[in-house]
Design a protein around this ligand. Structure first.
Ligand code: NAD
Length: 429
């Protein structure tokens, strides 16, 4: 099928590429001219495992191309996907100005029937507003359908998630777009749920809020474990094997971050408030998450006492492993708190250092993770990159003024670390 994707970021680029991979003709549109130029020249503006090869393959096969011209994308496709940002506003509600802008751009460009699919994460009832806007601004009075098709990919695993989704949710107002939507997704062999637009929109916020809740739940358990002398990883293993609960998203640490969970949680609290429900449970999820970071910083300051003039090595800047994304990253938040208290930082991340530079201009970036410890008073693990487990602990121990490691992601074994002579502090163990 002929598809266009408006917004070529983490979601748009991976979605467009995977659609091309299964044989669709795809045009990815972005209003960031520099990004489009990079993509047209064969560059990939984000790090996502497996993406670069897939983009190159599909561009070479003539199934994937890039443009900065929305009208071109709209005119040369039957189905137009919207994958632009929906950032939070200061009161927690969603800034829908990007969606509205794109709806108007699509309306202005349309000259034949189109299916307009919202893939961005939006509050319930946004589909209705998009339909109203397109109707209002479409001078040609062309027929169209609006569909909600929320995206559930995880950064760091986006290609795999797109190629093998757990489910595909399609929210519609009429049956007309269902056949085309089903055809687009038929190569992916995933259960397709066809529902109304409001339910589809709600599924996304309800899903992300539940996942955030699961993380806050295990972090609260971690706090109890610490106080009671238990081990949160043992507890997570013990409860996670119950298939009604499941082991995933039960890793205690310094809390969740990223461009989705914090904003989607705030948005869902706001959306609920607007329809007359005070979602206290989710407010508690937020509180536990904020607390988790504060408790970890306290652990550092209790051990190192005064941070002014202390040198701390930080492993990890991305909001989680396998991505270069630092948006709302707990690791960046942690660095900023340590800097505010007067510490000097040496930092390393396998992929996210370039994106972190504007947020952390006054730290020393270290290319070799094993050299981060050099001359530091302590080491901190802030992101759960697998390679950090291979850290040369003997070298680090010699390079530090004292062998102190604060492990915000529980990557190492407390008993082994103690045996090796480390002062080792992790979360919930
Ligand atoms: P992003 O910032 O990486 O990408 C958005 C892109 O849209 C940018 O390249 C931007 O230049 C472009 N853009 C903005 N306005 C435009 C316009 N008027 N015309 C054309 N392009 C425009 O954002 P993202 O992470 O891909 O997220 C997009 C949406 O998907 C958000 O609603 C987000 O909540 C949702 N989502 C994100 C993820 C994720 O893991 N990142 C997962 C599921 C859903």
């Amino acid at each position: 099928m002929k598809l266009s994707i408006i917004g070529t970021g983490y979601v748009g680029l991976v979605t467009g590429t995977c659609f091309a991979e299964v044989g669709h003709q795809v045009i990815c549109v972005d209003n960031d001219a520099a990004k489009v130029k990079t993509l047209q020249a064969g560059g990939i503006p984000i790090y996502e495992p497996g993406l670069e090869e897939l983009v190159k393959k599909n561009v070479a096969a003539g199934r994937l191309r890039f443009t900065a011209d929305t009208a071109e994308g709209v005119n040369q496709s039957d189905v137009v996907f919207i994958a632009v940002p929906t950032p939070p506003q200061t009161d927690g509600s969603v800034d829908l100005s990007y969606i509205e802008r794109v709806a108007r751009d699509i309306a202005a460009a349309m000259t034949s029937y189109k299916i307009i699919v919202d893939k961005s994460t939006v509050p319930v009832k946004t589909g209705e507003k998009v339909a109203e806007t397109i109707k209002r601004y479409c001078a040609s009075k062309t027929e169209f359908d609006v569909v909600s098709n929320p995206e559930f990919l995880r950064e760091g695993f986006a290609v795999g998630d797109l190629m093998n989704p757990d489910r595909v949710v399609i929210g519609v107002r009429s049956q007309r777009p269902v056949a085309a939507m089903t055809e687009i997704y038929s190569p992916f062999k995933a259960p397709i749920i066809v529902t109304d637009i409001n339910s589809a929109e709600l599924i996304k916020h309800a899903a992300n809020s539940f996942l955030a809740l699961k993380i806050s739940y295990i972090n609260a358990i971690a706090t109890v474990c610490e106080a009671a002398g238990a081990n949160v990883q043992e507890v997570a293993h013990g409860i996670g094997l119950d298939e009604r609960i499941g082991r995933r998203f039960l890793n205690a640490g310094i809390g969740f971050g990223g461009s989705c969970f914090p904003k989607d949680l705030s948005a869902f609290i706001k959306i609920s408030e607007q329809v007359g429900y005070d979602f206290q449970l989710l407010k508690e999820v937020q509180r536990i998450n904020a607390d988790q970071m504060a408790r970890f910083v306290k652990k550092i300051t209790e051990t190192l006492w005064v941070l002014k003039d202390k040198k701390i090595g930080v492993l990890g800047l991305a909001f989680k492993q396998n991505t270069d994304d630092v948006r709302s990253s707990p690791a960046i938040d942690l660095c900023q708190r340590l800097l505010k208290d007067g510490a000097a930082l040496r930092v390393h991340d396998p992929k996210a250092m370039d994106k972190a530079r504007p947020l952390l201009p006054n730290v020393t970036y270290v290319e070799d993770m094993n050299a981060v410890a050099d001359g530091c008073d302590a080491l901190v693990v802030a992101t759960e990159w697998d390679e950090f487990k291979q850290l040369d602990l003997a070298r680090a121990k010699k390079a530090l003024t004292h062998p102190i490691l604060f492990d915000g992601r529980n990557l190492f074994n407390p008993a082994e670390m103690e045996k090796l002579g480390w002062i080792y502090k992790s979360v919930g163990r």
